[in-house]
Design a binder for this molecule. Structure first.
Ligand SMILES: *[C@@H]1O[C@H](CO)[C@@H](O)[C@H](O)[C@H]1NC(C)=O
Ligand SMILES: *[C@@H]1O[C@H](CO)[C@@H](O)[C@H](O)[C@H]1NC(C)=O
Ligand SMILES: *[C@@H]1O[C@H](CO)[C@@H](O)[C@H](O)[C@H]1NC(C)=O
Length: 410
C-alpha cells in the first residue's frame, strides 16, 4: 500500500514534470494594504516586477496564492491573479483556505470555473496546490494560547485533500502535487502524521527574526533557519520540503536581538536565500510587497513594485554562515528521526502565529519564552464578507484567506 502510494506519487510527479524544479517566487494575498481587492492589473504589475528584478539570482516567475477566490466575491469568482499569471507566464502554487469551514467546495468551484474559461493556458502554469495554511498551528497548544484564530485538525485537512483530489480526478491538474503549509512544530507533532502521509510535499513558513530567546541576531539567522529546516526535513521523511514563506523585515521593532533594517534584509537574503534556498529548494520569499496593514513589520524588498529593490539582490560567492560554528547556544534537537515523525520534546516545542490583529502589537515578547511567533503577513479577503478580518466572526471565516506569517522554532 505504502509502496504503491510512493510509486503513484512519483509517477504523478514525473507526469507533471515538476518534481525537480526549484521554483522562485513570492507570496501574494488577494488584497492590497488598504484591504481593497487586488485586480488583474495589480497582479500583472506584481508579476512583471518579480520577473524583472535587478540582479536577481534567477527569475522569480512563480507565485504562491492563498485562495482561488477573488476577494469579496460572494459567488466563488476565480481570483484575477489567474488571468495575470497567464498574461505574464507566471507559475502558480494554488492555495486553498481550509479553516473555519466544513467544505472547500467554493474553492474548488472557483478553480473549476477558471479552468473551464482558460483551459490549458491556466492548467499548464499550475505547479502545486496547498490545502490549507497554518491550520494545524492554530489548533496547536501555542496557537490556542496565542488566540491565533480558527484552525483545522489533521483529519479535516486530510479530508479536504481527498475532496480536492476527487474533484480534479481525471482533469488536467490531476497530477499536480498536493501539499499543506504549516509551522515547524506542527510537522514534528506525531498527531499530525496523517497529513504528512496525505501530501506530496510539505510547505514550511520560517522566520528566524521572530525567534526571541534564541539568539536571533542577524548574524545567527542562517543557523536558526538551518536548524529548523533540517529538523523538518528529517521529520517528514521522504517528502520534499518547500519553503513557502521566509524573509526579514526592513521596518519594525527590534525583536529580542533581531533588528529590522535594510542591511539585515540583505544579509538574510544572502545567507538564507542565496546560500540555502535559491536554485535548490522551491522557495516563495516573503515578500515582494507588503499588504498587511496590521503588521508594523514591513518585509517588502522593493518600494512600490520598483524593479530596483532596497538592496542589491546579487548573490555572493562566499557566505558567513559556515557549516559548524553555531553561536546561538541553542540545544540541539532530538526530535527528528530519519524515519518519520516524532513528538517534539518540551524544549523543542513552540512556534506560534498570533492572529493578524496581534501582529501590530508593540508589546515586546518575553525573552524567557522559548519561541515567538507572529503574523508578518497580509490578511483579509473573503467570500461573503466585505469586512476586515477584525470584524469577522469565527463562523464567518469560511472562504476567507488570512495570510498568516509564522516562524518556526527549535
Ligand atoms: C499536536 O497536534 C494536535 C493535532 O493537530 C493538536 O491538537 C495538539 O495540540 C498538538 N500538540 C501540541 C503540543 O501543540
Ligand atoms: C510610493 O508611492 C507612494 C504613493 O504614490 C509615494 O507617496 C511614495 O513616495 C512612493 N515611494 C517611493 C520610494 O517611491
Ligand atoms: C505567543 O506569541 C508571542 C508573540 O506574539 C510570543 O512571544 C509567545 O512566545 C507566544 N506564546 C507561546 C506560548 O508560544
Amino acid at each position: 500500500m505504502r509502496a504503491t502510494e510512493i510509486i503513484a506519487g512519483a509517477a504523478a510527479l514525473l507526469a507533471s514534470g515538476v518534481s525537480a524544479e526549484a521554483y522562485l517566487g513570492f507570496n501574494s494575498g488577494n488584497t492590497l494594504a488598504d484591504r481593497s481587492a487586488k485586480f488583474k492589473k495589480d497582479w500583472v504589475q506584481e508579476f512583471t516586477t518579480a520577473q524583472n528584478l535587478k540582479n536577481a539570482p534567477g527569475t522569480f516567475n512563480a507565485v504562491r496564492l492563498y485562495t482561488n477566490i477573488q476577494a469579496y466575491s460572494q459567488t466563488s469568482e476565480p481570483i484575477e491573479a489567474f488571468e495575470a499569471a497567464i498574461e505574464t507566464n507566471t507559475k502558480i502554487l494554488l492555495g486553498v483556505w481550509a479553516s473555519g469551514t466544513d467544505t472547500i467546495e467554493p474553492e474548488i468551484k472557483a478553480l473549476q470555473t477558471a479552468i473551464s474559461t482558460y483551459g490549458k493556458k491556466l492548467t499548464d502554469l499550475i505547479i502545486g496546490a496547498s490545502i490549507g495554511s497554518e491550520d494545524l498551528y492554530r489548533v496547536s497548544v501555542t496557537g490556542i494560547q496565542n488566540k491565533s484564530g480558527v484552525g483545522a485538525g489533521p483529519s479535516e485537512i486530510v479530508k479536504f485533500i481527498g475532496d480536492w483530489k476527487k474533484a480534479f480526478q481525471g482533469t488536467a491538474i490531476a497530477n499536480v502535487p498536493i501539499g499543506h503549509v504549516d509551522t515547524w512544530d506542527v510537522w514534528v507533532n506525531g498527531t499530525n502524521k496523517p497529513v504528512i502521509d496525505a501530501v506530496d510535499w510539505v510547505g514550511v513558513d520560517e522566520y528566524p527574526y521572530y525567534e526571541n530567546g534564541k539568539g536571533n541576531n542577524i548574524e545567527n539567522s542562517g543557523y536558526l533557519f538551518d536548524r529548523a529546516f533540517d529538523a523538518i526535513g528529517s521529520a517528514v521523511g521522504d517528502k520534499p520540503v518547500w519553503v513557502t514563506e521566509t524573509g526579514w523585515p526592513y521596518v519594525g521593532q527590534t525583536w529580542d536581538q533581531a533588528e529590522a533594517t535594510v542591511k539585515n534584509q540583505q544579509f538574510y537574503w544572502q545567507e538564507v536565500g542565496c546560500r540555502k534556498l535559491f536554485g535548490k529548494v522551491p522557495t516563495f520569499w516573503y515578500n515582494l510587497r507588503d499588504s498587511n496593514p496590521d503588521n508594523e513589520m514591513k518585509f517588502a524588498i522593493t518600494d512600490n513594485l520598483s524593479t530596483t529593490p532596497h538592496f542589491d539582490l546579487t548573490c555572493p560567492s562566499t557566505f558567513k554562515t559556515t557549516p559548524k560554528a553555531s553561536s546561538s547556544g541553542a540545544k540541539s534537537t532530538s526530535t527528528a528521526t530519519g524515519t518519520g515523525v516524532s513528538a517534539p520534546s518540551s524544549s523543542a516545542s513552540g512556534s506560534s502565529s498570533p492572529e493578524a490583529e496581534k501582529s501590530g502589537s508593540t508589546s515586546s515578547p518575553s525573552s524567557s519564552e522559548p519561541v515567538t511567533a507572529t503574523v508578518p503577513a497580509e490578511s483579509s479577503v473573503a467570500t461573503g464578507s466585505a469586512t476586515s478580518v477584525k470584524g469577522v466572526s469565527a463562523a464567518a471565516v469560511a472562504g476567507m484567506t488570512l495570510l498568516v506569517g509564522v516562524f518556526a522554532m527549535l
